[in-house]
Design a binder for this molecule. Structure first.
Ligand code: F6R
Length: 245
């Protein structure tokens, strides 16, 4: 079931999402949180950091599992997702770094790394709450559109030309733009007890349409969330325009 929460802008989306995450952590202090990177959740992380500093929100028992990491970027690289998480969130709250999991983009054995990631998700029993953003082409994590199937397992994903182009704004040297990532698959994502899908911006309107009005198809990866029992879509007005047509 998808509950739609419409908000006016990015700030409102971020606040709403942060309140839900904070409530989860207050109610279940040893929650397993599934986390995303990108521009979408930045405001949510900022608000969670504020609540930690000013309201004592306690992350000391929380475990986190991130969705993805670029292949070939070490955690010290400013564009790696490990660096993003450490600098925007983990270093600003009281989380145990040992309990923050992100695929290793520098692994010499990608298959083993993917298998271990799925074993970890199984061991933890899935996430209690999964934060998701969506790509303009409907991708979630780096599960890119595909003609025939959804990929269940954590896997090495080839980024589409569209995703590479959208990401290129973050890289000064085009040669450094990754073409592959390690991405959680749909099984890991769908094993979440609750999914918070954050969407803002007119460029995401097609993805919102695919989620709410489209058929379930790997051509629009976000559409698989129609099959999940507890999705909260927190969506800004400008990303909702195609639904109102
Ligand atoms: C990031 C991730 C991606 C992003 C998506 C949207 O961990 O899994 O699927 O959520 O590319 O990115 P932004 O938020 O930058 O528009």
């Amino acid at each position: 079931m998808i509950e739609v929460i419409r908000v006016k802008d990015y700030e409102a989306m971020s606040l709403y999402a942060a309140r839900l995450v904070a409530a989860q952590v207050r109610l279940v202090p040893d929650s397993i949180l599934g986390l995303a990177t990108g521009s979408t959740p930045l405001g949510m992380y900022r608000e969670l950091v504020r609540q930690h500093r000013e309201e004592g929100l306690d992350f000391s028992q929380v475990t986190t599992i991130n969705l993805d990491e670029y292949c070939g970027l070490p955690g010290t690289h400013e564009q790696s997702y490990r660096y993003y998480m450490d600098s925007n969130f983990f270093s600003k709250i009281n989380i145990d770094p040992e309990l923050t999991f992100i695929p290793d983009g520098m692994t010499s054995d990608i298959d083993a790394c993917c298998e271990m990631y799925d074993a970890l998700i199984d061991f933890l029993g899935g996430t209690d709450m999964q934060i998701l953003g969506v790509g303009e082409n409907g991708h979630i994590a780096f599960n890119e559109p595909h003609d025939y199937y959804f990929t269940g397992q954590t896997h090495k994903a080839e980024l589409t030309a569209n995703t590479i182009e959208v990401n290129s704004r973050f890289f000064s040297d085009p040669a450094e733009i990754p073409h592959f990532a390690i991405s959680m698959g749909m099984r890991g994502i769908m094993s979440a007890k609750c999914i918070l899908m954050l969407v803002s911006g007119a460029q995401k309107a097609d993805a919102v349409y695919g989620l709410l009005r489209g058929e379930v198809t790997p051509r629009c990866p976000i559409s698989i969330l129609q099959l999940h029992q507890n999705v909260k879509l927190i969506v800004t007005d400008d990303a909702f325009v195609k639904i109102e047509d």
